[in-house]
Design a protein around this ligand. Structure first.
Ligand code: SME
Length: 160
């Protein structure tokens, strides 16, 4: 469970970055930094966005915080990331070693959450977070991560 003080600090930070960001890229970079710096168990935080008009569809790595990942392009039929984007559902994986879909980014990763980003009801990308801790993502974390994904979706929606 995130510490209340930290989660509140992140919420305040989100209000600030939403008011000052001039592009979706800047907003995503700031959200990744805020979460990575403040949420101790969020060890890798990054965005994957659907490449516009790619056929077949592919997720492309966007702004992130943490170690470089080998997975810079993920087809929708691969990984937890592909599953979240193709179903439009948030996925919380308490033990990545027990999920055959999992694509490893770091050998230290134990759990993962992926929340889709929607624009006008369609998935356009997702926010992916890995933790070095087993079952790191509680219902409160899910709420925070989905809130961040929604902020980016709303920003993109009004920017278009
Ligand atoms: N674990 C993800 C791949 C992305 S890296 O973790 C950054 C997956 O299974 O889709």
């Amino acid at each position: 469970m995130p510490s209340l003080a930290k989660a509140q600090e992140v919420r305040k930070g989100l209000d600030r970055v939403i008011a000052t960001s001039v592009s979706a890229g800047e907003l995503m970079a700031s959200v990744a930094k805020l979460l990575h710096e403040n949420m101790l168990k969020y060890n890798w935080v990054g965005f994957y966005m659907l490449e516009p008009s790619a056929n077949p569809p592919v997720l492309v790595l966007g702004p992130f915080q943490g170690a470089m990942t080998p997975h810079t392009r993920i087809p929708l039929n691969q990984g937890i990331c592909g599953a979240a984007a193709s179903t439009g559902k948030t996925l919380v994986i308490d033990d990545v070693s027990a999920d055959s879909r999992y694509l490893a980014c770091s050998t230290e990763t134990k759990s993962e959450i992926v929340a889709p980003i929607f624009v006008k009801g369609k998935v356009v990308g997702e926010l992916d977070i890995d933790s070095h801790f087993h079952a790191a993502f509680s219902a409160e974390d899910r709420e925070l991560v989905e809130h961040c994904a929604d902020l980016v979706g709303k920003f993109l929606e009004t920017a278009k």
